[in-house]
Every structure is written in C-alpha cells, then in structure tokens.
Design a protein around this ligand. Structure first.
Ligand code: KIV
Length: 271
C-alpha cells in the first residue's frame, strides 16, 4: 500500500489568513534546485529568488548587475524543486523602473519562463504605474520598502532607513499605496522596529521584515547568511543558525588530505 502525502501549496490567500490568525510567516531566499528542495522540505512558507543572487551567487558588490535572464535561470531552477512554498522572483534593477510596459513584459517573462507564483519589486509611489500594470495582468506583486538595495547609489550606505520622520511618513504612505493598488505583501528592510510594527498594524496585507523588528507578520533572511556560508556580512538583524563555512572547509580539507595520502578511493570505492 502506498501512502500518498498531500502537499498543500502556500498561496497569497493563505498568507493573508496567516496574518489574520497571528501566525508568523517564515520566508527565506534560494537560488538553485538543491538548496530550494531542502528549504521547501524543511517547511518554509515563502521562497524568495532574490536579486541578492547577484551578491551571494555571482560575487557582485551590489544587486545592480544581475540581469532578467539570470533571474529567470535561478527562478526556473528553484521552481522545479518546490512543492509547498510560495515562490517569489525579484524583478532585477532596470527591468521595471523605466516604464510600466517594460515592467509588464519583464514580469510576464518571469511568470512564463520560471512558472513562479509572483514577483517582487522595490519602491512605492515612484513605481506604482508598473505595479498596477503587472497586477492588471493577473500577476501577484510583493512590494519592498525601507532599505532598497537597488537604490544603493542614491542612499550611499546600507545603514538603517526611515529614522527621520519625513522618510518614515513616506514609507507608511507607500505601504498603504501598495496595499490599495493590490500588492499581496510587503517586505520592509532595515528600518526601526517601532516603524515596522506600525506599518504591520496599519495595513491588512502581510508585512515581512528583514531587520524590521519582531512586530511585523513574518521574517526573511538570505539563506547563505542564516547558514553561515557568507562570513563577512554581519548586520545586527542576522541570526546565524550554523557555521557552514567552517564545516565545508573542514570537509574539503579532509578530502584533499585523503587524495594526497592515497587513502581515497579505497578498494570499496572503485570498480
Ligand atoms: O534579494 C533579496 O534577498 C531580498 C531580501 C533581502 C528581502 O530582497
């Protein structure tokens, strides 16, 4: 007798139900098939194919260089591995800010070529026409406010955003605008915890934070940071759950020793 385990896919509707009943949303990035399979099997609710792939996968200093084709490559690999989590793919820099038609074409390419569930983009009122146009094609959109890494050259630094009243007010009105326009959720990055809580209270859609405190509706981290693969990056908001860098280096060191000492392969490890 085979036991068939039914997997109930996470949808945007299920995320809003989670917010309503006060269940926190766990979101993580993934960029490739093998990692996405593990992250999904572990039970994360949302997998973000973030443009942070530009940093952690390609070694760029910023998220700006990654292209739409590269995001589609990562998105396709992740979607193939996932059966439960909702998959969100970032629209990369330069594919939605110019005009709303270009934004729609970029989002359609992501949805058609990766089979992801939704897209994410950075910004509020500045990109609202693009958000509207993508939504009008039936594509779910996640917003992203606060520290927006695609605008790093405008900000000049990766420090906490919206500490001043004017920027905090703009962030709140942008969050409301994204909600009214129809976004299903918003990521808030690196802002004061009090502001994160206030936004989560003032909008009905789920608010997912990265460095936005514990009063929001869920948390997101970059998987390489959580696992301790990335070593240089150590912001206050990051909790490392493992030191995989040391484990990987240890395992590779053992392999090198075994090859050099002719211990590997043994009799049993050959034909
Ligand atoms: O690209 C990314 O990983 C992100 C998260 C930091 C939210 O946008």
């Amino acid at each position: 007798m085979s036991v068939h385990k039914e997997v109930r896919k996470v949808t945007t509707h299920r995320l809003s139900e989670m917010k309503l009943r006060g269940e926190k949303i766990a979101m993580l990035t993934s960029y490739d098939y093998s990692m996405a399979q593990l992250v999904d099997e572990a039970g994360v609710d949302v997998i973000l194919v973030g443009d942070s792939a530009s940093n952690v996968m390609a070694g760029n200093e910023t998220t700006l260089p990654i292209t739409l084709d590269q995001m589609i490559y990562h998105g396709t690999s992740v979607v193939k591995a996932v059966s439960r989590a909702l998959v969100v793919v970032d629209l990369p820099f330069g594919t939605y800010q110019g005009d709303s038609r270009e934004a729609l074409i970029s989002a359609i390419r992501i949805m058609k070529e990766t089979a992801a569930d939704s897209v994410k983009l950075e910004g509020g009122s500045e990109v609202i026409e693009s958000v509207q146009r993508i939504l009008s094609a039936g594509i779910p959109v996640m917003g992203h406010l606060g520290l927006m890494p695609q605008s790093i050259h405008k900000f000049g630094t990766y420090t906490v955003r919206a500490k001043e009243e004017a920027e905090a007010d703009k962030l709140i009105s942008d969050a409301k605008l994204l909600e009214e326009t129809g976004c299903f959720a918003i990521v808030l990055e690196k802002i004061p915890a009090e502001l994160g809580t206030r936004v989560a209270e003032e909008v009905k859609i789920p608010v997912i934070g990265i460095g936005a405190g514990g009063g929001v509706d869920g948390q997101v981290l970059v998987i390489h940071d959580l696992l301790g693969i990335t070593q240089q990056f150590s912001p206050r908001f990051l909790r490392r759950y493992h030191n995989l860098a040391a484990e990987i280096k240890g395992a590779v060191g053992n392999y090198i020793n075994d090859v050099k000492s002719k211990d590997f392969p043994s009799e049993k490890e050959q034909y």
